[in-house]
Design a protein around this ligand. Structure first.
Ligand SMILES: [Ca+2]
Ligand SMILES: [Ca+2]
Ligand SMILES: [Ca+2]
Ligand SMILES: [Ca+2]
Length: 444
């Protein structure tokens, strides 16, 4: 195997979901650490970074390898593949085009290249160290330049041997929500996604469609999908294969609420029909259907996994009595809890990270009141200035497994996120008035 240039392996199956791409190089490291060679060049049946090599398999001491992993976990720095992370889009998101700069532009490129070479040499000296006497290496994750907003976001992990980059892996942390909006322009829908890998634009949907994203094919990436009330069809682009799929399920006036109701890690087609207070669920893998009457005609459907069995529970918020109604999948029975007040906006999420959805409301006095499932106690937290038109977009944006308080302000297109990992704000413009916020882990 030639060893002078980085080599890449394409991997498949469940491993690919965690490590979509593995880069290795150069071979100098391969020859000194057989564990990687064995695991990556063969069938890739194991997650090499999750394995601690024995002393016989690899000259890197097992403890040292653990330290590398620990370091990487602590230094969850992220690196953008594009250069647009520091800037905020505004206006038409699709209008960003490069422009000619005459003779200045080539000069700038030369200067930038020289600066990059110097920086790379510096990084190599700082973060990698070969030890020829021991035929071993010292390696650790290399923190690269990190925009503020991305702190604590999941990171690609960079492992160096000496000055050589030997591995780049996708993070193991839960995938974060990308900022995303759906926009109608001349009757055509377009998705604009700002993720950790840059921006993605996808035309999909049309007037009167309801954007209904979900991971229907179960590859860990949210699929672009719309529900069309006029014909009851779901139109989706399966992210794993880019296959376009149309599924009939529902009718006019149904409210689409896709979620994983059977716990197979694939979102199921689901609708709440206010006219007969009935839920219609079609399990996407088996094709089995479930029909259940639960709720009333003005309830807001909010399916989520309140009991923590990894299956979404049928759930509703009733504003008139400020009561939550949850049909627990584990017990197959209904529960109710009065929490919040009439006029509050329900903002359920797993704020304490115990894998159970917590009851939570956002009040017009600019506070979020959260009842933590782990303790049954509640907290009142102030935020950023309430505006009645603000839309709650709570979710896990910093990839720590806990829901972050977040809103999207239609009038300005700004996202305001309070990261659960460090309580810092992330404020970023993405989208404009008239858009529909559709944050999710698209991971394109
Ligand atoms: Ca998917
Ligand atoms: Ca459940
Ligand atoms: Ca919880
Ligand atoms: Ca979080």
């Amino acid at each position: 195997m030639d060893t002078d240039s980085p080599m890449s392996w394409t991997i498949s199956g469940s491993l690919a979901q965690r490590y979509p791409r593995v880069l290795l190089g150069p071979g100098r490291f391969e020859s000194s650490c057989r564990i990687l060679k064995r695991n990556i060049s063969s069938e890739l049946t194991g997650d090499f970074l999750d394995q601690t090599p024995s002393q016989q398999e690899c000259p890197v001491k097992a403890q040292q390898f653990s330290a590398i992993r620990s370091n990487m976990a602590k230094n969850k720095q992220r690196v953008g593949r594009g250069s647009s992370f520091g800037s905020s889009p505004s206006g038409s998101l699709a209008s960003q085009k490069p422009s000619s700069r005459g003779i200045v532009f080539p000069l700038l490129i030369v200067v930038a290249l020289l600066a990059t070479l110097v920086a790379l040499a510096t990084v190599a000296r700082q973060y990698g160290e070969a030890d020829p006497k021991r035929n071993a290496f010292t390696a650790r994750a290399v923190p690269l330049s990190t925009p503020e907003y991305a702190a604590n976001a999941p990171a690609k992990e960079y492992v160096y041997a000496g000055s050589k980059l030997i591995a780049v892996t996708e993070p193991v942390q839960p995938a974060p929500n990308d900022l995303a909006v759906w926009r109608l322009t001349s009757g055509s829908g377009t998705w604009y996604v700002l993720g950790d890998g840059g921006t993605t634009t996808q035309t999909w949907g049309q007037t009167d469609d309801l954007p209904s994203p979900g991971d229907f094919d179960g590859d860990g990436k949210t699929d672009f999908c719309v529900f069309r009330p006029s014909n009851g069809n779901w139109y989706m682009i399966e992210s794993a294969t880019s296959k376009l799929t149309t599924l009939g399920w529902g009718q006019q006036d149904d409210i689409p609420v896709p979620a994983d109701f059977d716990g197979d890690s694939r979102a199921d087609l689901a609708l709440y029909r206010p006219s007969n207070q009935t839920w219609y669920i079609k399990h996407i893998a088996s094709g089995n259907t479930r029909t259940q009457q639960y709720g009333n005609s003005t309830d807001k459907p909010l399916p989520s996994d309140f009991d923590g069995d990894e299956k979404a529970d049928i759930a509703l918020w009733r504003d008139s009595n400020a009561t939550w109604y949850v049909w627990q999948s584990s017990a197959n029975s209904g529960t109710s809890l009065q929490f919040g007040a009439s006029g509050d906006k329900p903002v359920p999420g797993d704020y304490d990270g115990d894998l159970k959805t917590d009851h939570a409301v956002w009040k017009a006095n600019d506070t979020w009141v959260i009842r933590y499932s782990s303790t049954s106690s509640s907290s009142t937290l102030s935020t950023w200035g309430y505006q009645s038109s603000d839309i709650a977009v709570q979710g896990d944006y910093d990839s720590d497994g806990k829901t972050d308080r977040a809103i999207w302000r239609p009038s300005t297109g700004y996202w305001y996120i309070i990261k659960s990992s460090n309580s810092n704000w992330r404020v970023q413009q993405w989208g404009q008035s008239g858009d529909v916020p559709v944050p999710a882990p698209y991971r394109r």
